[in-house]
Design a protein around this ligand. Structure first.
Ligand code: NAP
Length: 249
């Protein structure tokens, strides 16, 4: 249905969680996937090995996106693979370290903005020569950008910034035929999601907030990423698709 044969996709934070699920989805549809990771090389290489076992193409690249030049180094590494054109970019790498206002530190604040906002912004900037007509950029935002969650004010602010970037970059890059969108997950069953989902009470609380009464899985988000990556969403740009089972409607 979503044939991505011959296309090349870069997925950041693809060693785990939502990025990993998106990498598998895009590869299943025929894309050659660049699997980016931060610290978990072994996990990223396992993703690459699985994609290759399934008959697909993949390579792993490790870069710390907290570093000032992280996005620049990631693009250098992509070019070192002799890749000169990207059809799909999924910016999934991110952190969420809960803290109430009184416990927040400048260092943690800066780390959130460095990884969740600065890195994907400069990634898009540095990738511009590799992007062109019909390239699709997909940020991973969050429902936290529209709905307050205790202890996640800084994290939520980064996702609010991401939503603003999506609209502005979509406008700026539209003249080149490049689309820019986001998915906005609710609580999803990944390592990060355990902030809310690690206890039975937490899981019940989350289900209570959603219209659909189950816990969201990485594939629930990966399918929306696939839609935004594909030609099926060719007339969609500057948007964020809420992938939360209808959280806090
Ligand atoms: N899970 C949820 O409930 C949820 C809800 C809404 C939005 N989101 C968003 O979805 C995205 C993915 O979240 P997730 O649930 O998949 O999280 P996760 O399971 O914790 O995975 C995070 C990913 O980001 C990478 N990463 C983190 N810090 C990095 C750094 N400094 N440099 C490079 N890579 C780094 C990790 O790579 P390594 O492990 O290799 O370091 C890992 O692949 C994030 O942007 C998050 O904000 C998640």
């Amino acid at each position: 249905m979503h044939n991505l044969s011959g296309q090349i996709a870069l997925v950041t934070g693809a060693s785990r969680g939502l990025g990993r699920a998106a990498a598998f989805r895009l590869a299943e549809q025929g894309a050659h996937v660049i699997v980016h990771y931060g610290a978990n090389q072994e996990a990223a290489e396992a993703v690459v090995a699985q994609i290759r076992r399934d008959g697909g193409q993949a390579d792993a690249i490790g870069v710390d996106l907290a570093a000032v030049d992280g996005a620049h180094r990631l693009v250098e590494a992509v070019r070192a693979l002799r890749i000169n054109h990207l059809n799909v970019v999924v910016a999934s790498a991110g952190i969420a370290e809960p803290a109430l206002l009184g416990d927040q530190t400048v260092e943690a604040f800066d780390r959130h903005f460095a990884i969740n906002v600065r890195a994907p912004f400069f990634l898009v900037q540095q990738l511009l020569p590799l992007l062109g007509e019909a390239s699709s950029i997909i940020f991973v935002s969050s429902v936290a950008a529209r709905s307050a969650v205790d202890g996640l004010s800084v994290y939520s602010a980064t996702k609010g910034a991401v939503n603003v970037l999506v609209r502005n970059l979509a406008k700026e890059l539209g003249q080149r035929g490049i689309r820019v969108n986001a998915v906005s997950p609710g609580a999803i069953d990944t390592d990060m999601g355990q902030v809310l989902l690690s206890t039975n009470d937490g899981r019940e609380m989350i289900k209570g907030l959603q219209a659909l009464k189950r816990i969201g899985q990485p594939d629930d988000v990966a399918d929306a990423v696939l839609f935004l990556a594909s030609n099926h969403s060719r007339w969609v740009t500057g948007e964020s698709i809420d992938t939360s089972g209808g959280a806090r409607l």
